[in-house]
Design a protein around this ligand. Structure first.
Ligand code: DOR
Ligand code: ZN
Length: 343
């Protein structure tokens, strides 16, 4: 049987929500990943170190007995964030970054930033205190085609931010286009990107061809095949600027299978296996460990993990639904074959 042994990986971008959904989804991540960067887009958003501490305690409570998992907290950046809070976050042991959501870009982003120029003093403070900025890189203008929103965000906003704050450590989250790959490659070593499993495995046909598939809908939306190929090339290149971030984003099944469904793919049940499948497609399994286990830790200046995980080439079927109590969430690739299995 073909196996693949990796240093224990981390997930550098995940949504685990709170309450009963948290209890349902967290075990899937904790069994695969040693650590994860926890997104702060709760309702209300996690905007202060004090709130992040409460949320962190809730996450720690939800880790199943015997599993070793460390949540790495982030704060939701708003126009009202204070420089004092940025200092507190930078000094805190458990807050590792700020997340910038353009207002209206995605789930629970209403409290996000309307005008990036307005938060320039905050970006200066982040640069000064050397705390990373994580960016949801899409414009929200109604007149911008949804498939162009990432490219236009880079052109109109991100290039300027990177020019104006050359020492700011910045992660362009869940990149989806060849233009984003080029931007990250051309930028300094302070600029990196995460890539999701769905953007490596699927193109936009997966949402619309042969019927509308809400469980393939996420933001930024899947793009054309040429973009998927550019992402796959970047992820498997061995360039440390690109690392694993699933953006696993659970929504209750009935909130996705409806006339106006929520954005997000719940990939946590087979995250690492799906990346292995993508890397194997291009004969690059030897590049998976750097992407999954080393480059993110190096960027965040955290120690690499010491334990190991083993994947086996073995077919299994993704369940149709993940449930516990009243919670029912359809995973990405529900009912489909997965070709690698985490032992
Ligand atoms: O598809 C997405 N879902 N994209 C995001 O940026 C947010 C996420 C969520 O929180 O559901
Ligand atoms: Zn996300």
């Amino acid at each position: 049987m073909k196996t693949l042994t990796l240093t224990r990986p981390d997930d550098w971008h995940i949504h685990v929500r709170n309450g009963d959904v948290l209890k349902t989804v967290l075990p899937y991540t904790a069994r695969q990943f040693a650590r994860a960067i926890i997104m702060p887009n709760l309702k209300p958003p996690v905007t202060t170190v004090a709130q992040a501490s409460v949320y962190r305690d809730e996450i720690l409570q939800a880790i199943p007995e015997g599993m070793d998992f460390t949540p790495l907290m982030t704060l939701y950046l708003t126009a009202a964030t204070s420089e004092a809070e940025i200092k507190l976050a930078a000094e805190s042991e458990f807050v590792h970054a700020f997340k910038l959501y353009p207002a209206g870009a995605t789930t629970n982003s209403d409290a996000g930033v309307g005008n990036i120029q307005q938060i320039y003093p905050l970006l200066a403070a982040m640069q000064r205190y050397d705390i990373p900025l994580l960016v949801h890189g899409e414009v929200t203008d109604d007149d911008c085609d949804i498939f162009d929103r990432e490219r236009v965000f880079i052109e109109r906003h991100l290039q300027a931010v990177v020019n104006d704050f050359p020492d700011l450590r910045l992660v362009l989250e869940h990149v989806t286009t060849a233009e984003a790959v080029q931007f990250v490659e051309a930028a300094s070593a302070k600029v990196a990107a995460t890539i999701t499993p769905q953007h490596l495995l699927l193109n936009r046909n997966a949402i619309l061809a042969g019927g509308i598939r809400p469980h393939h809908y996420c933001l930024p939306v899947l793009k054309r095949e040429q973009h998927r190929l550019a992402l796959l090339k970047a992820a498997t290149s061995g360039n440390p600027k690109f690392f694993l971030g699933t953006d696993s984003a659970p929504h209750l099944t009935h909130l996705k299978e409806t006339s106006c469904g929520c954005a997000g793919c719940f990939s946590a049940p087979a995250a690492l296996e799906l990346y292995a499948e993508a890397f194997e497609q291009v004969g690059a399994l030897d590049k998976l460990e750097g992407f999954a286990s080393f480059f993110g830790a190096d960027f965040y200046r955290l120690p690499r993990n010491s334990g190991q995980v083993v994947l086996e080439k073995q077919q299994w079927q993704m369940p149709e639904i993940c449930t516990s109590g009243d919670v029912a969430i359809t995973p990405l690739f529900a009912g489909k074959d997965v070709t690698w299995k985490l032992l």
